[in-house]
Write a protein that binds this ligand. Structure first.
Ligand code: ZN
Length: 314
C-alpha cells in the first residue's frame, strides 16, 4: 500500500522491548534507510508514547514528516492478536489482561496504517529477510530470557490458529522438573533459556551476562562450565530437533540475547546434535548439525521483520 507522499515500498518497523525500542525505516527489500533507538516507558500509555517518540526520531533522521514513514509494523513481547492489533499480557511492557489496542491508538495519533506482531515472529521474518531465505522454510529459535520459535514457511509467517505456533518453550520435557511461569512443570524453557543459564551459572557482577561468562569459562577449560554448557547445548539441540521433526524446516536460526555469544553457541549446539545422532541412523540422515545457523547479531532483525510485515502481505 503506497501512501501519498511516501516513496514506493518505504515502511517502518519498531521492535519494542522492555528497556528500549529499536526502530528502522526500510525499503521493500528490507534494506535499512534510517535507524533510531529510544528508551521504553512501561504501561499502556507509556508504550504508545514510546512508539510515537520512535516514529518522530525516524522522521527526523530521514528529514520527512511522520506521515511520510509509510506503513508501520510493531513487534512486541507478549500475546498479540495480529488481526486486531491488540496486545495483552506483556509483563515486560507493563501491559496486563486489559490489553492495549496499540494499532488503533498509534494509527489515530499518527494517521499511519499500523500492524502489531509478536516480537519473535517479527524477528523470524526479519532473519529470513536478512539471510535472503524467504524462499525456503525457516525456524527462528529465540533464546532470550525465555525460549520461543517463529516459523517462516514458504515466505509467509505461520502464526497458527491461536497465534501460538512455535511456542516450544512450553513443551514439557521433564515431568519432575522445575515449575514454569506458565504453570506446567519441566518446560523446555526451564532448562534451555537465558534464565536457565543464569540459574545454572550465576555471575557475581552483572557486567557480563551469564551466557557470555559461561561460554568464556568453558572455552578456557573450566570443567564445571563445560558441564553446564554441554547440558544447555543438549537442551537447545532438543529444541532444534523438535522444530525439524515437526515442520522439517531447512534451517533453524538461533537468535535472541543468548545468541550474542555467537559462533561458540552455534558450535556447541551443532556438537550436541552430532553427539545425539551418534547411535541413530534416523537422526544422522536428517543432518541436523548442518541445519543450524546464526543471524548477524549487529542487525536489528526484529525491527526489520516488523517493517517487512507492516503492509500485512505476509
Ligand atoms: Zn512453561
Amino acid at each position: 500500500v503506497s501512501e501519498p507522499g511516501v516513496p514506493d515500498g518505504r515502511r517502518t518497523g519498531l521492535d519494542i522491548g522492555g528497556s528500549k525500542v529499536q526502530a528502522v525505516v526500510t525499503d521493500a527489500a528490507g534494506r535499512v534507510l534510517a535507524e533510531a533507538r529510544v528508551p521504553t516507558v512501561a504501561g499502556p500509555d507509556g508504550v504508545v508514547a514510546t512508539a510515537e517518540r520512535a516514529l518522530a526520531a525516524l522522521a527526523d533522521r530521514l528529514g520527512v514528516p511522520v506521515d511520510g514513514l509509510g506503513p508501520v509494523g510493531v513487534g512486541v513481547p507478549g500475546l498479540v492478536d495480529p488481526a486486531r492489533g491488540v496486545l495483552v499480557h506483556a509483563v515486560n511492557l507493563g501491559v496486563g489482561g486489559d490489553g492495549l489496542d496499540l494499532a488503533d491508538r498509534l494509527h489515530r495519533s499518527t494517521g499511519l496504517p499500523v500492524r502489531v506482531e509478536n516480537d519473535v515472529n517479527a524477528a523470524a521474518f526479519g532473519a529470513a529477510t536478512c539471510l535472503g531465505l524467504l524462499d525456503v522454510d525457516l525456524a527462528y529459535l529465540s533464546i532470550g530470557t525465555g525460549l520461543a520459535a517463529g516459523l517462516v514457511l514458504g515466505g509467509r509467517l505461520r502464526r497458527g490458529a491461536r497465534a501460538a505456533a512455535g511456542e516450544i518453550g512450553h513443551v514439557p520435557v521433564d515431568p519432575a522438573g522445575a515449575l514454569c511461569a506458565c504453570g506446567q512443570r519441566g518446560c523446555l524453557e526451564t532448562v534451555a533459556s537465558g534464565a536457565a543459564i543464569a540459574a545454572a551459572w550465576p555471575v557475581e557482577t552483572d557486567a557480563a551476562p551469564a551466557a557470555h561468562s559461561l561460554f568464556r569459562a568453558a572455552e578456557a577449560g573450566d570443567p564445571a562450565a563445560v558441564a553446564v554448557r554441554d547440558r544447555v547445548a543438549d537442551h537447545l539441540a532438543a529444541a532444534v530437533r523438535l522444530l525439524v521433526l515437526t515442520v522439517d524446516v531447512d534451517l533453524v536460526v538461533l537468535g535472541g540475547g543468548v545468541a550474542d555469544v555467537g559462533d561458540p553457541l552455534c558450535h556447541a549446539v551443532a556438537a550436541a546434535l552430532d553427539r545425539q545422532a551418534d547411535d541413530t541412523a534416523f537422526l544422522r540422515a536428517l543432518d541436523l548439525a548442518r541445519r543450524v545457523a546464526l543471524v548477524d547479531g549487529t542487525r536489528p532483525v526484529a525491527a526489520i521483520g516488523a517493517a517487512m510485515l507492516a503492509d500485512g502481505t505476509a
